[in-house]
Design a protein around this ligand. Structure first.
Ligand code: B12
Length: 306
């Protein structure tokens, strides 16, 4: 199954400029999102800018290590749909129409047996794209129904706690996509999500769990069993490890929550990231603040390039 370990592929590096970011942060996901954002505000961009995204979709540049980045293709498809609906970049009309079809086909092909497109967290954007589809047919209908059913089940299981993920899901629950922002209907009734209320029982004695924390890519390698109250997040495991000594980490705030940027003093370099892995080799589908390890799990922090 595609997980975030297969990140969005990136456009060619920028030419040196006065911009002094410490690392390049451009990806086709961000490129597509920017075109989409400008388009819903009816801002015209040059054909060469759109052409670069078209080229990426036509030539599978959103592939990474052989995997498809469903989030990236979905955002590109939404951007093209907006351009088509707004009659922008009309000289590219034919390529844009074909690219929408290509993006939709790629997303459909990425459906898992559970019904997700890619993984649970790429499914909301994928559904946004497929909902805007001019593609007729029972196949699309069944695929979308299966994805919706899988999403609703995961909602019940509490998979959507992250505000950014909820922001990508809410339009789908309202039968809308980001493209509808071209002319938003502010008066339409809205589906919202109610926070689940958990009443902790009085006299609850916290149960403790043990999580093995491993960092093999530093010298000397770090490996310790950390004891935390059951239900703790991975971030709480990291905090506890730091408190015990011999472990250090740093984060950067992002819209998705705290992003792990350094471990044992090792800061990520350009196009590197600290990947979160459940041993032996399963990349986590949530960040440190949202993921709650189970008793006996081994979590590895692995420095990889994207
Ligand atoms: C590109 C991308 C990456 C790139 C970011 C590098 C870069 N400079 O572009 C890389 C490959 C490094 C990456 C890493 C991870 N990612 Co990621 N990523 C994305 C993607 C496709 C686009 C994000 C983006 O550019 N947004 C637009 C910009 C404008 O917004 P931004 O807030 O500035 O974006 C920054 C943050 O989002 C941050 N970031 C990226 N991913 C994640 C994940 C988490 C949990 C956090 C806190 C921050 C973060 O990097 C972005 C660029 O600087 C999203 C897809 C989506 N549907 O949102 C997944 C997504 C957000 N990632 C996800 C995950 C799970 C991860 C990892 C935890 C995977 C792992 N097992 O290690 C790691 C983060 C680990 C850590 N160190 O904390 C999930 C989050 C699901 C959730 N429940 O919240 C998503 C939704 C993908 C998916 N469908 O599963 N990711």
């Amino acid at each position: 199954m595609w997980a975030c370990a297969s990140p969005a592929w990136r456009p060619a590096p920028r030419r040196p400029s006065t911009y002094t970011a410490s690392r390049s942060i451009t990806s086709y996901y961000q490129y597509g999102l920017s075109i989409l954002a400008l388009c819903v505000h009816q801002k015209r961009v040059h054909d060469s800018v759109v052409g670069k995204l078209l080229y990426a979709v036509e030539h599978d540049h959103h592939l990474h290590q052989g995997h498809l980045s469903v989030d990236t293709v979905a955002v590109a498809g939404l951007a093209f749909t907006c351009l088509e609906r707004s009659s922008l970049n009309s000289d590219l009309r034919h390529r844009i129409t074909l690219a929408i079809r290509t993006a939709q086909e790629k997303v459909l092909k990425a459906q898992t047996p559970e019904g997700y497109f890619g993984n649970v967290y790429s499914t909301p954007l994928a559904l946004q794209l497929l909902m805007t589809s001019p593609m007729p047919g029972a196949e699309l209908g069944t695929a979308c129904l299966n994805a919706r059913a899988a999403l609703l089940a995961s909602l019940q299981d509490g998979a959507f706690q992250n505000a950014l993920m909820i922001s990508q899901l809410l339009p789908v629950l309202n039968h809308k996509s980001y493209v509808d922002l071209i002319s938003p209907d502010c008066l339409a009734p809205r589906v919202t999500l109610e926070p689940a209320t958990v009443t902790p029982s009085l006299m609850q004695v916290p149960e403790f769990i043990h999580v093995m924390l491993k960092v093999p890519s530093v010298w000397p390698p770090y490996r310790h069993s950390i004891s935390v109250p059951a239900g703790s997040s991975l971030e709480e495991v990291l905090m506890k490890a730091q408190e015990l000594g011999g472990f250090m980490y740093g984060t950067q705030a992002s819209l998705s929550g705290p992003y792990l940027t350094s471990v044992m003093g090792k800061e990520v370099g350009e196009r590197e990231f600290w990947q979160l892995i459940r041993a032996p080799d399963t990349p986590l589908q949530q960040g440190i603040a949202d993921y709650r390890p189970k008793d006996g799990e081994t979590i590895e922090l692995r420095l990889v390039t994207w």
